[in-house]
Write a protein that binds this ligand. Structure first.
Ligand code: ADP
Ligand code: MG
Length: 714
């Protein structure tokens, strides 16, 4: 039995004497800033910041990306031409030269005591910045032979340590398993390992956020052990159990988060009832130059039924890029307007917001509806028009949720490409009205087996028909040796008046390098195709600049648009018939599918080329899947089957906590049980404010990016 509740004044002095409850005490250590650890000062803290590491727990959850051990590292002397290998050695030389065909060739040579091997890159000089002479690196890829040397073209690589670091990989020879971290400039895996060891020391003996009975019922490893094992594995079995435990936590806290959200919604059971006759939407529909597809009609019926009901709608509208979600969204907005409410639609980028705005204003021509655009720093006049209710529909970016924006009576809030937003932004948008109906739209197909896990709190409508009259997209996965042929095809398409997207490689953790790679690519293509009008757009450009380039591309004034991944969403250029993606194996399948969706929106046949030289079995399977499946749902299922484990969405594009639980998520039985436990806890303690749940609440919050604070404190 817990102690009886002392009154506040008495407890202030008593608190100093009484030991803190273990959960609270653990929380304090867990949430401490990393500078609390010895050896980490403000300078190092700044270096760790780009990795998202600010607290002791951030550090502990900065998990190794992969592991090396003796069983998967090949001594260079034993590497055979044609084999896929991973080698580890010191960089002895990093040299870039220009080949006869005027390509830039970067050669980085490794020595491991048994021999030399070179990694070779073409037109990707930027790798030199990371692979400095003296650093310890691992290369993986297929071994070839060039200029009398063993070489690996386009190896995937990791930096294990720098010249000055004191920790080397002798461990490999003693059978240790070496964790490799996603590193950033100035923080090597060796340095991270040292800090992680200190963090583990600092949380020794802490309480477990998952209630002990749950840990026992699921046969889980304790959290402290799991964190220790995942960073410093004592063996393969222990590592497996540790990873299972951490994956379980993701699944579990996700369910706890959903349970809290749901509880709150149920306990309120309030919302807007949209009672308009539906005349505006009908007028809009009959003015469209096409008939709605059956799935569009069904989706709208489901949405309008929810909107008419007095309980808040919380619905996900799923459909492939180009399946016609926007049209359905506009009809929903019109129902809101006719019912006397305002509607808002939030898009993830300025470009998309502008495009939606333009297209929706065209569609609404002739209807008595006032539409406004809101991005960046809105004018006072616009803000006032929204606050007074003069504006009926606002299309905008996340600027919509900024404090200065207020609505007269927001009745429907739509979030386009919802997975691009954090839960926090979505929740904030909803708070701009009084329990407005919420419609989340997504072009990322989520396998049905996962939707229960991810969206246990949402109702789902699916548009699974593509409007007729589209020719579709031919997908080709190409090796570097096909480059010339592909660019000859590009030249032909451009000659025929069509337009081309070229997407540059995704470079983890560095937007700067990404921009540099894109600029190099633009120069190269301009050289290869001197006739074409080539331009570059990237994420570091200002909003207006980006928009200006996109508009000119849309108007056909640019033939070839070189981009970083930022064009990934929504952009609609029907005359674009070719999409080329460099280093496609660096992208997730969901991302590749989204990119491919950018083309084939007109009536011309479209071609999508993914350049990739996958070296792993998984990589090969992924490329085969994207070639084979044009249907997003089939692809998502394949993705899940291939990876088993790993995140469904990359961290970059996901607002949700990065789910590393895909393998667990396929285990529906496990999900159901974890869900039942989570919901039982929340049933007893809806805001997780009991002392024993304090750590669980904090942990859930951490994984939901702080979003739940808004729910807890509402
Ligand atoms: P999404 O938002 O799902 O990517 P959009 O609503 O932007 O799709 O629709 C893509 C394109 O298809 C637009 O040009 C739109 O006008 C058109 N479209 C939408 N519905 C239909 C339909 N039923 N028949 C023909 N074309 C359609
Ligand atoms: Mg769309």
């Amino acid at each position: 039995m817990p102690q009886d509740k002392p009154d506040e004044k008495a407890s202030a002095s008593a608190a100093a004497r009484r030991p803190m409850p273990p959960a609270v005490e653990a929380l304090n250590r867990f949430a401490a800033p990393i500078t609390a650890l010895s050896g980490i000062g403000p300078a190092m803290a700044r270096k760790l910041e780009p990795l998202g590491i600010a607290t002791v727990s951030d550090l502990l959850y900065h998990l190794p990306r992969r592991y090396l051990d003796r069983s998967n590292v090949t001594p260079i002397r034993e590497a055979k031409v044609g084999e896929d290998v991973t080698v580890v050695g010191t960089v002895t030389e990093a040299d870039s030269r220009t080949t006869r065909s005027r390509k830039k060739m970067l050669v980085v040579t490794l020595f491991d005591g048994t021999g030399y091997v070179s990694g070779v890159w073409f037109n990707q000089d930027y790798h030199k910045d990371k692979l400095t002479v003296g650093s310890l690196a691992a290369f993986s890829g297929k071994v070839g032979f060039l200029y009398n040397m063993l070489q690996i073209t386009n190896p995937s690589y990791d930096i294990l340590g720098s010249e000055e670091s004191d920790e080397r990989v002798e461990g490999l020879n003693t059978g240790r398993i070496i964790p490799l971290y996603p590193a950033t400039a100035g923080v090597t895996s060796a340095v991270l390992r040292r800090f992680v060891a200190r963090a583990l020391e600092a949380v020794k003996g802490m309480a477990d956020p998952v209630p002990p009975p749950v840990v026992a019922r699921f046969g889980l490893m304790g959290l402290e052990d799991a964190l220790s094992e995942v960073h410093f594995p004592s063996g393969a079995e222990a590592l497996k159990k540790a990873r299972y435990r951490l994956a379980f936590d993701e699944l579990f806290t996700m369910q706890v988060g959903l349970a809290v959200t749901r509880k709150r919604r149920q306990s309120q059971a309030r919302g807007v009832s949209h009672t308009g006759a539906g005349e505006l939407a009908d007028r809009f529909k009959s003015a469209l130059p096409f008939e709605l597809t059956g799935s569009q009609r069904r989706a709208f019926d489901e949405i309008s039924a929810d909107m008419r009901a007095p309980v808040q709608m919380n619905r996900l509208l799923q459909g492939e890029v180009g399946s016609g979600k926007t049209v359905v969204a506009v009809m929903a907005l019109l129902l809101a307007v006719e019912s006397g409410y305002q509607g808002a639609m939030m898009a993830p980028t300025e470009i998309l917001a502008h495009q939606h705005y333009r297209r929706i204003s065209e569609m609404l021509a002739g209807l008595p509806v006032c539409l406004e655009l809101l991005t960046g720093a809105p004018s006072k006049a616009v803000l006032e028009a929204i606050a007074s209710g003069e504006v009926d529909i606002v299309v905008g970016t996340h600027a919509l949720v900024s404090a200065q924006v207020s609505f007269a009576n927001l009745g429907l809030a739509i979030v386009d490409e919802q997975h691009r937003f954090g839960l926090e932004q979505r929740v904030l948008l909803g708070r701009k009205g009084k329990d407005p109906d919420m419609l989340h739209m997504s072009a990322t197909p989520i396998p049905r087996t996962l939707s229960l896990t991810l969206f246990g709190d949402l109702d789902v409508s699916v548009i699974d028909e593509i409007p007729s009259g589209r020719k579709g997209v031919v997908t080709h996965v190409a090796g570097q040796d096909e480059r010339e042929g592909i660019f000859a095809m590009v030249a032909r398409e451009v000659g025929a008046g069509r337009q081309v997207f070229v997407v540059c490689p995704l470079i983890e953790e560095s937007d700067k390098l990404e921009v540099r790679a894109a600029a190099e690519e633009a120069q190269r293509i301009a050289r290869e195709l001197p006739e074409a009008r080539v331009e570059l757009v990237h994420g570091q450009m200002k909003g207006v600049e980006k928009r200006e380039v996109m508009e000119r591309f849309g108007a056909g004034e640019i033939d070839i648009l070189i981009t970083t991944v930022m064009v990934e969403v929504g952009v609609d250029v029907p005359n674009a018939t070719v999409m080329i993606v460099e280093d496609a194996d660096r992208f997730g399948l969901a991302q590749l599918h989204q990119l491919r969706g950018r083309i084939g929106r007109g009536t011309e046949r479209a071609i999508c080329v993914f350049f990739a030289d996958p070296t792993t079995e998984e990589g090969k399977a992924r490329m085969e899947a994207i070639r084979q499946y044009s249907d997003g749902f089939a692809l998502a299922e394949a993705d899940l089957a291939i990876r088993g484990e790993g995140s469904l969405f990359g961290t970059r594009q996901s607002g949700l906590p990065d789910l590393k639980v895909a393998r667990l998520a396929r285990n529906l039985d496990l999900i159901r049980k974890a869900r039942a436990e989570a919901f039982a806890i929340v049933d007893k303690d809806p805001t997780l404010s009991n002392k024993e749940n304090v750590l669980l609440r904090w942990e859930t919050n951490r994984r939901f990016g702080g979003a739940l604070d808004w729910l807890f404190h509402a």
